[in-house]
Design a protein around this ligand. Structure first.
Ligand code: SF4
Ligand code: SF4
Length: 258
């Protein structure tokens, strides 16, 4: 027993502090916020558009524009570009409160998250209980959500926890493109949440269908089914992207570009 205690003490405190603005807590090689160069595209070049498996990038005047909500961060566009116009930073702050803010161009920074206000702020800024609904995804997003509760990220230190019933939840976290078979379960879960309630779309599938976009068996995401309060891009999103987005929504972290 003494040996166990000694070992435990020697391990010390392993929970990571919240990243400060500009800090990149993610590993080398992580593909975060894309960096798009203006005005360097060859005329008529559509190499990135043609390479993208989900039509997340468009070329136009002023350089490429990329939809973070559709992007799988794969990164075929970067490989295809003959002119080095596309790269990926290690910026993990990708979430947004407005869907349209996920479309970025050359020079864009992290999308803004508008913190909760009024009653929602007073109710949820220090305690937010989440009910996760896996609506037909691959389990990648679910795995990253689970990681947020582990020792390193320790989401519960901010009052954020997953609960077993939607009746005990403040927010629904939806993953997956919303398969036809999961539609009723999702709607019933949402109805069971006591008001006021929030909806968080986590991952490319929940935002717009991800790699399943256009499938007759799915709904291309939760946006056309429920009112979404926070969009968290990624396939899957990094746990820091999830933590950052939700804490900016709660007002724990600075709400805008930080
Ligand atoms: S990184 Fe995103 S935009 Fe680029 S090819 Fe992959 S899915 Fe398309
Ligand atoms: S967004 Fe990617 S990781 Fe998440 S469920 Fe869809 S395919 Fe899986």
């Amino acid at each position: 027993m003494l040996r166990i205690l000694r070992t435990r003490l020697s391990l010390g405190h392993r929970t990571a502090p919240l990243p400060k603005p500009g800090e990149q807590p993610v590993a080398e090689g992580f593909r975060g916020l894309p960096v798009l160069s203006p005005g360097r595209c060859f005329e008529g070049c559509r190499a990135c558009e043609e390479a993208c498996p989900v039509s997340a990038i468009r070329c136009g005047e002023g350089g490429p524009r990329l939809d973070l909500g559709t992007c799988l961060f794969c990164p075929e566009c970067e490989r295809a570009c003959p002119n080095g116009c596309i790269g990926f930073s290690r910026e993990h702050r990708l979430a947004a409160t407005r869907r349209e803010d996920l479309v970025i161009g050359p020079g864009s920074g992290p999308p803004p998250v508008k913190p909760l206000e009024g009653e929602l702020k007073s109710l949820f800024s220090r305690s937010l209980k989440l009910r996760q609904v896996s609506a037909g995804g691959c389990n990648g997003c679910e795995a990253e959500l689970i990681v947020t509760g582990t020792l390193v990220f320790d989401f519960p230190r901010f009052g954020v926890q997953f609960v077993a019933s939607p009746r005990h939840a403040d927010a629904l976290v939806v993953t997956g493109p919303v398969s036809k078979n999961m539609l009723v379960a999702l709607e019933k879960s949402y109805a069971a949440l006591p008001p006021p309630k929030l909806v968080i779309a986590c991952g490319a599938c929940a935002i717009g269908g991800g790699p399943f976009r256009g499938s007759p068996e799915a709904h291309d995401g939760v946006g056309s089914i429920l009112p979404v309060d926070l969009w968290i891009p990624g396939c899957p999103p990094h746990p820091w992207t999830i933590v950052d987005g939700i804490l900016r929504l709660m007002g724990v972290l600075e709400g805008s570009n930080g």
